[in-house]
Design a protein around this ligand. Sequence first.
Ligand code: COA
Length: 330
Amino acid sequence: MPFAHIRGTGSAVPERVLDNAELEKIVDTTDEWITRRTGIKQRRIAMGDNNESTAALGTRAARGAMEMAGIAADQIDTIIMATITADRIFPSAACMVQKELEAFNAAAYDISAGCSGFLYALESGNNSIKSGMSRTCLIIGAERLSAIVNWEDRGTCVLLGDGAGAVILRRQDEPGGLLSTHIKSDGRLWDLLYSDKGNAPAPESLAGLVGIPFHLKMEGNRLFKQAVPCMASIAEKALEQNGLSREDIQLVIPHQANLRILQAVSEKLKIPMEKFFTNLQHYGNTSAASIPLAMDEAHRQGRIKSGDCVLLVSFGAGLTWGAAVLKWTL
Ligand code: COA
């Protein structure tokens, strides 16, 4: 049975930083409240004249991963893009990325699984490699959540941001790489976090954000209560299936929704917070982009060494949640 190894990581974020102080001028909130309740200090917002569409951010992240992996565009067999903010309802953002990369030997498609989208995409890429359908998969998580946020609702707009991350998954015979993926959903709770309209165009400036036809709706408090047990139990299942103890895990790369959620998951799993990689203070919650964006930063900062066991764990709209265990071989 072949193994799917991560051979390269990449990420991209918009240039425009929106920090908590500036957000205080948009909605009735404070830096103190946002920091204490979420850990977030700033987020990135895509601007219309910076070529920062979801597909453009995804393409930039993909190029970083391809460069690290030494993979040319024509070697890619499958492009899977996790996103809930594709630039158009159709065609898929993955096809737009394919065009930009000129990866014309690939099949390209999107996956919608909210903040768990990247882990769903990783599972599809893993299955494609293990079944012999693909040798090289490009897996991307990219979002422009600023397009679907109600910039007059302080309960949600302070949490979210834009960005992208990508990995190259490659078939190798040596054991390692992706050891397992677990994904779960509970559609009964879809109405805790959902969209009711299409995306707004990117504005020319921050002033253009207020008044966009918003449509992201969220029951934050109830989501918080669902997120913690779901993330902890699927992470435990992943460890158990691989015969790993919590001490065997060198780094946890979780979905970056809220520092308090991560602290509660850390307590439940009895894996100390020092082993949790967090960058939500810089980017907020970037949904499907958050895990690959964090993974790229963790790798480039030297937080993961070859041979390390890495646990990925997510939770998001759907509801969806998931976990993956990696033996890092980069
Ligand atoms: N600034 C100031 N006050 C705010 C605020 C803001 N940005 N957002 C909400 N508040 C107020 C509320 O109006 C409420 O006031 P009240 O007590 O007078 O009614 C108070 O703060 C508490 O609100 P509540 O929603 O209970 O706060 P919370 O502790 O649950 O924190 C979240 C809110 C959204 C940060 C938290 O619930 C959360 O992170 N949930 C998970 C969200 C998530 O991760 N979603 C994505 C899933 S992947």
